[in-house]
Write a new protein. Structure first.
Length: 120
């Protein structure tokens, strides 16, 4: 292998490592539901109707399905496994984010994109 080939190989390996390392930064949809409001990063209220929601959420079964900031949420068993900790409030006016749980994965997504920053 020539020096140029070795350099190119190292460059591609480096880029691959960067892509893998930054994948968890982009995916902030692994959540833990706290018991206390002061432990949460985000306060969430579940609305009764889809048109009242900022975000339509679909609960996935596996953490690798919860990619990007698109409403696919995976609830972790422990808080240290989560990217965000949320607390479900009793009143809409206490919440940072209003959500509606949908039945199908393709229904998930943002209705109010102005609040998208909350889940990054």
């Amino acid at each position: 292998m020539t020096c140029v080939q070795q350099y190119q190989m190292k460059k591609w390996v480096f880029l691959f490592i960067i892509m893998i390392a930054t994948q968890n930064i982009v995916t902030a949809q692994k959540l833990f539901s706290t018991n206390y409001q002061n432990q949460a990063d985000v306060l969430v209220f579940v609305v009764a109707h889809e048109n009242q929601a900022d975000l339509k959420v679909y609960r996935v079964d596996y953490p690798n399905q919860a990619a990007d900031n698109n409403g696919l949420w995976f609830f972790t068993q422990y808080s240290n496994q989560a990217d965000k900790k949320i607390y479900f409030t009793d009143y809409a006016n206490q919440a940072d984010l209003k959500i509606f749980f949908v039945k199908y994965k393709n229904q998930a997504g943002w209705r109010n994109k102005e609040k998208k920053y909350i889940m990054y």
